[in-house]
Design a protein around this ligand. Structure first.
Ligand SMILES: Nc1ncnc2c1ncn2[C@@H]1O[C@H](COP(=O)(O)OP(=O)(O)OP(=O)(O)O)[C@@H](O)[C@H]1O
Ligand SMILES: [Mg+2]
Length: 318
């Protein structure tokens, strides 16, 4: 994929992380992540540029780039989950190194978090089923017992449908999906995690890093390798996306899938209660975390008088 690195450099140098939309090079935010922000830059309207200002040393970035490329390729070629055409760009800024994971831009209305508000309920069930079929490929691959194991974040906002009919995006068993969240490349080689977990902590307030490392990091690094937990997280998204009434039906669909199509993987069934309590805890953690990051930004700006390089989302409806 051809990437205009000069444009990205200009974009970065003209970016005010507190007001990303009013950057000197006009851009639109397509999505906010915990460690990243996805932009559509005006002069490159066909690309989604995921900005990650988290690297402190060149070696960190080099290792990240290797596994980012590898993860995309393994998913596409070995696991059989399609990812959009992708590229990568990075450069030094004054105090940090930034990279952009670049992807072909897909129409926003074809992402799962949008579709569950526009499709009818039967199609949403089919959509969930299609996602579960994709996820199963990961655990089928892992079961082969090669030296490589893959983790995946199955969240609803990480999937987009490929076959697009502008007037009626319908879903059936032939509908193909794209998986887009390849910026956290969970790869274990001979049991050793290749992704440096410290990278997850970079945007965390410095006064909390030790606590998060101690409380959550191990959990984050293992949960994406566990089909049951990935499915809990996926279905719990329906709380966040304001469609909780669908959850009991979706749990039923997932359990049916585990019992029949994924029988060989021996996945423990889900319960609605488990999803509810997971969601409550998860929402509380992220709400506190975001409040702490805002506090950190305030301290940087008004007390330390230092630039704050991360972009924080506005109010998130949960
Ligand atoms: N290729 C793309 N085309 C259009 N929109 C995109 C594309 N990639 C990402 N987005 C938008 O940005 C959102 C977030 O992207 P992504 O899932 O990659 O990151 P994240 O989960 O928010 O970040 P993190 O992994 O840092 O937590 C997507 O749900 C989607 O709305
Ligand atoms: Mg995501």
């Amino acid at each position: 994929m051809k990437i205009n690195i000069d444009l990205l450099k200009k974009f970065e140098s003209g970016l005010d992380p507190s007001h990303p939309e009013t950057s000197k090079i006009p851009a639109k935010v397509l999505g906010y992540g915990e460690i990243s922000t996805v932009f559509e830059i005006e002069d490159e309207p066909n690309l989604a540029c995921k900005r990650m200002p988290i690297f402190r040393h060149q070696e960190e970035l080099d290792q990240y780039k290797i596994i980012y490329n590898e993860y995309n390729r393994i998913l596409n070629d070995k696991v059989g989950i399609n990812v959009p055409p992708f590229g990568f760009a990075s450069f030094d800024c004054e105090r940090y190194i930034v990279c952009f994971d670049v992807q072909e831009k897909l129409p926003p209305q074809l992402f799962g978090n949008k579709l569950i508000h526009t499709l009818d309920d039967d199609d949403i069930v089919t959509f969930l089923h299609q996602i579960l079929k994709q996820l199963k490929k990961v655990w089928d691959f892992n079961k082969k017992g090669t030296d490589i194991q893959i983790g995946i974040d199955g969240q609803i906002s990480n999937w987009a449908i490929r076959d697009f009919s502008p007037n009626s995006p319908r879903i059936d068993s032939q509908t193909r999906l794209y998986y887009i969240d390849t910026s956290t490349p969970f790869i274990r080689k001979n049991g050793v995690e290749q992704l440096d977990p410290e990278l997850f902590l970079r945007s965390a307030p410095s006064f909390l890093v030790w606590l998060i490392r101690w409380l959550f990091l191990k959990d984050v690094m293992t949960r994406y390798y566990d089909f049951h937990l990935v499915a809990v997280d996926l279905i719990a998204n329906f709380y966040k996306e304001q469609r909780p009434e669908l959850i009991p039906g979706l749990v039923h669909v997932a359990n049916d899938f585990f019992a029949k199509e994924a029988k060989g993987l021996d996945i423990k069934p889900l319960t609605v209660e488990e999803i509810r309590s997971y969601y409550k805890e998860d929402a509380l953690i992220w709400t506190i975390f975001l409040a702490m990051r805002r506090l950190d930004r305030f301290i940087h700006k008004w007390i330390l008088r230092k630039p704050y390089i991360y972009i924080l989302p506005g109010k998130i409806k949960r």
